[in-house]
Design a protein around this ligand. Structure first.
Ligand SMILES: Cc1cc2nc3c(=O)[nH]c(=O)nc-3n(C[C@H](O)[C@H](O)[C@H](O)COP(=O)(O)OP(=O)(O)OC[C@H]3O[C@@H](n4cnc5c(N)ncnc54)[C@H](O)[C@@H]3O)c2cc1C
Length: 515
């Protein structure tokens, strides 16, 4: 029997900085010859082999302990512990998941079984069946993978903070591992759980969503991309490493997970069913990786020059899978660097968005409790919005008119329709869309609340730090600077239809989304 170890023992020492590979090769693409699925298999095989090269298992891998933090007073796995449980909520995947790897390492070290649970709430904020369908289909894959890996996957009813203390006590689980999210609800869950677990059970939080752990990237709210960029980029040698594989768990549990009836699980939700699943965006790890592969092998070439043109197919479209943690941002960055480095400009631009901008949003929400309201804006922005509060609005629309895409602006309507139907609006238009809501509603508060409401309701990647920051950037100048003063906007950056016309073929976009 292995001796019981502290969670922070030396085996969790920082990894050695892994050198980014210099000579990269693209995955073989024979898509033109109609062999896309074998190309994708090769891509996945190479990723698999990279994991095995990183280490045989997490036991031989130097897990960077800066990714994990103990939230309880107790930090030792208790002698009586019969298992480790990972409460998966934000990072809903098996592979490339630091939380699961940490949990497996802890379980193997203490020679106990490994459990994963997902705690299902009847509803979550304003999430619709579109979002839950995406989650559940992704979790079906997680369940399958767990079976292959001798990990018990429990689908529990209720919020983890309420049900896990009893579950842990009843089944004598000796440690709980959870994901990290900077948003207030999951932050409060983690906090409450840390107080309600049996007192000798440690709770460990692992940041599996960021390349550089949010709490390590910076210890304060950053002002803009320029102030966080070097803090993040200077830590990439240390953190942008490959992942080891999750192995078949060597300790089998007597506690077996109940079988899951996914149909019933979906039917018992108390959610808005009028916003249905988006057929073209297939949930789950495999589909997410397929989309990543198609981007890396095809679209990334034009990412740098084409990403602000909504009529071009230049974007990665990874955000729905990233939002639900079905694929890892770190895997996306590693894949771009490994397979597409010859498109250097595009690769750099993609990593800037994926790592620096995305992690800036995490930083904003983590250090600013008003991340989704005007109070969270900088003082210059609050003042300028206040100064222009009473400016005359030429058009004023209600929430319903906006939701129904009934404005005078055919480009805005087309963008709104794209979001409603496809579950995602093009990134460039998201800025225009939110700024027009500021222009056409009675107050900045109303504009912010409507933009967040619509984004969260229809976008598959909604309810995300990126969404709150995107709306705050557009309406409240967050992470931006003051511009020439004008009506309604004050010094907040302005965007207009004519500007869009100069950037891309507006008519073409409108035609595509006219009905
Ligand atoms: C009003 C508004 C609302 C937004 N709402 C969301 C949202 O709900 N969820 C969401 O993930 N993003 C949101 N964004 C940020 C950005 O528009 C999306 O991340 C992007 O459109 C997602 O598409 P993609 O994956 O094809 O992007 P790509 O351009 O291919 O980028 C790859 C990844 O980089 C990150 N990224 C890209 N642009 C940004 C950005 N400006 N800020 C931070 N990270 C970025 C995302 O994780 C994205 O998935 C919003 C932006 C605005 C202006």
């Amino acid at each position: 029997m292995a001796s019981k170890r502290k969670l922070s023992d030396s085996t969790l020492d920082p990894v050695k900085p892994a050198k980014a590979e210099k000579s990269e090769s693209e995955p073989q693409t024979s898509a033109a010859k109609g062999n896309a699925s074998s190309d994708f298999s090769q891509f996945m095989e190479r990723i698999d082999s990279d994991r095995k090269k990183a280490a045989k298992s997490v036991m031989e891998f130097k897990f960077n302990k800066k990714r994990a933090r103990v939230l309880t007073k107790s930090s030792e796995f208790p002698e009586w512990g019969k298992g480790v449980i990972y409460w998966m909520f934000r990072d809903q995947r098996i592979h490339d998941n630091w939380s699961l790897l940490y949990a497996q390492k802890l379980a193997i070290k203490n020679e106990v079984p490994l459990h994963v649970c997902f705690c299902r709430l009847p509803k979550f904020l304003e999430a619709t069946i579109r979002h839950f369908d995406f989650i559940f289909k992704g979790l079906e894959e997680v369940e399958e993978d767990c079976k292959k890996l001798n990990i018990q996957f429990h689908f529990l009813i209720g919020c983890g903070k309420d049900i896990l203390p009893d579950f842990v006590e009843k089944h004598k689980l000796g440690a709980v591992v959870i994901d990290f999210s900077p948003l207030r609800l999951p932050m409060s869950w983690a906090n409450e759980l840390s107080k309600s677990l049996p007192k000798d059970v440690p709770l460990v939080q692992v940041d599996s969503h960021n390349v550089v752990p949010c709490w390590h990237a910076s210890d304060k709210k950053e002002y803009a991309a320029r102030t966080i960029r070097s803090k993040i980029n200077s830590k990439l040698d240390e953190f942008l490493t490959d992942f080891p594989p999750v192995i078949i768990h060597p300790f089998t549990s007597e506690l077996k997970a109940d079988p899951i009836d996914w149909d019933t699980a979906g039917k018992t939700l108390e959610v808005d069913r009028t916003v249905g699943p988006v057929e073209s965006v297939i949930p789950g790890f495999k589909a997410g990786m397929k989309n990543l592969y198609s981007f890396i092998s095809r679209r990334i070439k034009i990412y740098d020059e084409g990403r602000n043109d909504p009529t071009k197919d230049a974007l990665s479209n990874v955000s729905p899978w990233l939002h639900f943690g079905q694929i890892s941002p770190q895997r996306c960055a590693l894949s771009a660097k490994k397979f597409a480095s010859k498109y250097k400009k595009s690769c750099d631009a993609f990593c800037e968005e994926l790592i620096v901008r995305r992690e800036l949003s995490e930083n904003f929400c983590y250090y600013n409790k008003n991340y989704d309201n005007i109070e969270g804006a900088e003082s210059w922005a609050r003042k300028t919005l206040e100064d222009h509060r009473s400016d005359k609005r030429q058009h004023v629309y209600t929430k319903q008119e906006l939701e129904d895409a009934k404005t005078h602006d055919s480009l805005w309507n087309a963008a709104q329709r794209q979001m409603c139907r496809e579950g995602k609006m093009h990134g460039f238009l998201r800025m225009y869309w939110a700024k027009k809501i500021l222009e056409w509603t009675k107050s900045p508060e109303e504009a912010l609340s409507i933009s967040i409401y619509l984004n969260d309701k229809y976008s598959l990647d909604g309810r995300d730090p990126n969404g709150y920051v995107g709306c705050m950037w557009s309406i409240c100048g967050t992470h931006d600077q003051g511009w020439r003063e004008r009506e309604i906007f004050g010094k907040i950056r302005y965007m207009n239809f004519e500007g869009c016309k100069r950037k891309f073929n507006v008519d073409n976009f409108i035609l595509r989304h006219r009905k």
